[in-house]
Design a binder for this molecule. Structure first.
Ligand code: ATP
Ligand code: MG
Length: 417
């Protein structure tokens, strides 16, 4: 119990964190280029926000939230996703008043009571972008393209991009009637979840993971066949922007997202090698959400990318991120006096920006050299009593084995070079 973390959680150990730093660094760099500003919202929110913002008929709200009552008797939920909080902050701080178009990104842990398996955890990390204030298809294209640029720089250029349009509420009403007519005779063959979805939100039946339900809906009328002129043009424009940038994509008329607030564009970036957890990035337009959260009608589009799934995809494709290895300097010392000197020298070297390490356990010189080797030190400074008495130290270049004696007073200068 005490020696195991909760199910579905992971520790990222120091030896593994390097690839996270690279991934996060590339994400931040691309967001700067695209001028998405980072927003950091709290890890927990009022439960109400997610009921409204994610939607009561979604898997997230129905069965995945970590909800508790705090000591002040408020219902609090650990954030299962980032869009609702971003919209809440957008309204709370009246960001629309500062600039009519807001481009924001977030990155951090999310919490869902999911069934843990490869690529599916109870605490996982998402990076997401949100563009609030534009209804134009070019905004949808911009979000898809930044996701692809990031993935491409990581070496993931062959992921599949699936796009679809689920229309506006008007198109969806037309579709809903057709869908209900189609499913009406087949209700008894659907899973119990879908039977309840039939009344509450039949579109979600298209998103069911149950194989039998998937087989039934494969012939169901697609929303695409019910799009109004405006939604159809919007979808065509999105495709023309993607084509202009030579983005390869597939129109997948079965693609619907589980969240209630999506309108028009939906998209997923997938890697089939991940099996059931094949979606690395999912997003779309959510023109209804800001109003749903109590704000003025505001068009918006965004996505969320699962960072564990990005790293898993890299692993499956055998792509290694160039995590920096090794250190600049190891300071080996013999004897109490030399150790004090080494400690001070180490401090100066670090102040000069060197990655430097020493021994903290009074081990033999041989053991210290071994450690320096293991750490991949480029140089080792050897400080023995004898050298110290002469006011000198030895610098050893580990690659060649070459050694030189240096005056202590010149040591930091020499090491910097
Ligand atoms: P899924 O159908 O796989 O459950 P979802 O529709 O619940 O996905 P979103 O809410 O759209 O997923 O989240 C966006 C992305 O976040 C997913 O595409 C995935 O990469 C990642 N993600 C979602 N849930 C988890 C989880 N439990 N563990 C790890 N990553 C996750
Ligand atoms: Mg899910």
């Amino acid at each position: 119990m005490l020696t195991n973390g909760p199910r579905g959680t992971n520790d990222i150990l120091p030896q593994e964190v390097g690839k996270w730093h690279i991934l996060e660094g590339k994400i931040r760099a691309w967001c700067e280029r695209y001028r998405f500003g980072e927003i950091r919202t709290p890890i927990f929110e009022h439960t109400e926000l997610f009921l409204r913002g994610v939607g009561e008929t979604t898997d997230i709200v129905e069965k995945e939230m970590y909800t508790f009552t705090d000591r002040g008797d408020r219902s609090i939920t650990l954030r299962p996703e980032g869009t609702a909080s971003t919209v809440r902050a957008f309204l709370q701080h009246k960001l629309a008043g500062q600039a009519p178009l807001q481009k924001m990104y977030y990155m951090g842990p999310m919490f869902r009571y999911d069934r843990p398996q490869a690529g599916r955890y109870r605490q996982f990390h998402q990076f997401g972008v949100e563009m609030l204030g534009s209804s134009e298809a070019i905004a949808d294209a911009e979000t898809i393209v930044i996701a692809l640029d990031i993935l491409k720089e990581l070496g993931l250029n062959d992921l599949e991009v699936h796009i679809n349009s689920i229309g506006c509420p008007q198109c969806r009403q037309v579709h809903k009637e057709k869908l209900m007519e189609f499913l009406g005779d087949r209700l008894s063959e659907l899973c119990p979840d879908c039977v309840s979805r039939f009344e509450r939100n039949p579109l979600r039946i298209l998103d069911c993971k149950n194989k039998k339900c998937q087989a039934i809906v494969s012939d169901a009328p697609a929303v695409m066949t019910c799009l109004c002129d405006e939604c159809r043009t919007h979808f065509e424009k999105l495709q023309s922007y993607l084509q202009k940038l030579n983005v390869k994509y597939e129109v997948d008329t079965n693609l619907v997202r589980g969240l209630d607030y999506y309108t028009k564009t939906v998209f997923e970036i997938m890697y089939s090698g991940l099996g059931a957890q094949s979606t690395v990035c999912g997003g779309g337009r959510y023109d209804g959400l800001v109003e749903e959260c109590g704000g003025p009608s505001t068009p918006a589009v965004g996505f969320a990318m699962g960072l564990e799934r990005v790293l898993l995809t890299l692993e499956k494709m055998d792509i290694q991120l160039a995590v920096p290895q090794g250190i600049d300097l190891f300071i080996a010392s013999m004897g109490e006096e030399a150790q004090v000197e080494a400690f001070s020298l180490l401090h100066q070297c670090r102040a000069h920006g060197l990655k430097a390490e020493m021994d903290y356990r009074k081990r033999s010189l041989k053991a210290q050299m071994k450690q320096a080797n293991k750490l991949g030190a480029e140089k080792v400074v050897i400080l023995g009593e004898e050298e110290l008495n002469k006011g000198q130290a030895i610098i050893r270049l580990m690659e060649t084995g070459e050694q030189l004696e240096v005056e202590l007073s010149q040591l930091t200068e020499k090491l910097k070079g």
